[in-house]
Design a protein around this ligand. Structure first.
Ligand code: 2AM
Ligand code: CA
Ligand code: CA
Ligand code: CA
Length: 268
């Protein structure tokens, strides 16, 4: 579709710069935004390219970006949500697992999403009602229904997140009953992998809208189900995220929802 073409073109253009910078990491200027939150010239440059391309194609739309913040558009029903480099820590350590994530929110609903991994050259796209695709091929969530056969992903809280205990308790419960847990460090790619049926589910506490907006569209269009960690719809409001192949949703939610954990351990 014309919309997805605009989004993929922006991602591909920004990816060229990221790949160049990934090959010359020593020259990259890195600064610190917050506890364990690093930003490099690569993040900023990629974001400028993505935002510039999207604004050229759809001048009236607003933007929500990780690095530059918010741009209010004259068309208030359409807003881009952009993470120009998801997995910055991997990137800065020379680990080839990072992505560009672009979502479109329309009338306050997530409408389209594009996630691109420049190293593996995997382009994930989804638009509401038309399915999810990886490099042009239709993708679907997995069909697994048993926890003990299923593989899950999560994110490990970084410095500055107060409740490390929550993840440790969630891990304890998920490890004991499933095929395993992975932690690769790009929330956007974690969601893309759920959409592609690689992971059977993924959860993470907290996160920002740009980490997950595009991935939510992908998982839904691939037949999956996405909620916050209380089973509600607060994913973009920092209430955590749980994305599964739908069939496993209740089971995984029962293992990781904070209220269940608090009740089971009797602490707060
Ligand atoms: P980033 O690479 O764009 O910063 C990994 O669990 C997810 O958490 C990624 O989406 C990563 O996004 C984000 N993340 C990692 N460290 C972070 C920090 N200190 N503050 C906020 N988000 C962080
Ligand atoms: Ca960041
Ligand atoms: Ca991110
Ligand atoms: Ca980022």
């Amino acid at each position: 579709s014309p919309l997805l073409n605009v989004m993929t073109a922006a991602a591909l253009k920004a990816a060229k710069g990221l790949i160049r910078d990934f090959g010359e990491l020593e020259q990259l200027q890195v600064s610190k935004k917050g506890p364990a939150d690093y930003v490099s010239r690569a993040d900023r440059r990629a974001e400028e390219i993505v935002a510039g391309e999207l604004q050229r194609a759809r001048p009236a739309y607003g933007l929500l970006m990780e690095e530059a913040g918010t741009v209010v558009g004259s068309d208030t029903s359409n807003r881009w949500i952009i993470d120009p480099l998801d997995g910055t820590t991997n990137f800065l350590h020379g680990i080839p697992h990072f992505s560009i994530s672009i979502a479109l929110e329309r009338d306050s609903e997530l409408y389209a999403g594009v996630i691109y991994n420049p190293v593996s050259d995997e382009m994930y796209v989804a638009e509401r009602g038309t399915g999810a695709f990886l490099n042009g091929r239709r993708i679907r969530v997995s069909a697994r229904r048993k926890l003990q056969e299923s593989l899950f992903a999560t994110g490990i809280p970084f410095m500055g997140i107060p409740d490390h205990q929550l993840l440790l308790r969630q891990l304890e419960r998920v490890m004991a009953t499933t095929s395993g847990v992975r932690r690769y460090g790009s929330a956007a790619l974690d969601l893309a992998y759920v959409a592609a049926g690689r992971y059977d589910g993924y959860w993470e506490n907290g996160l920002n809208p740009w980490d997950i907006a595009a991935g939510i569209v992908l998982v839904r269009e691939a037949g999956g189900f996405v909620t916050d960690l209380a089973g509600g719809r607060g994913m973009l409001k920092g209430a955590g995220i749980l994305a599964t192949n739908t069939g496993l949703h209740e089971d995984l939610l029962a293992l990781v929802r904070p209220s269940a954990i608090t009740a089971a351990t009797g602490s707060s």
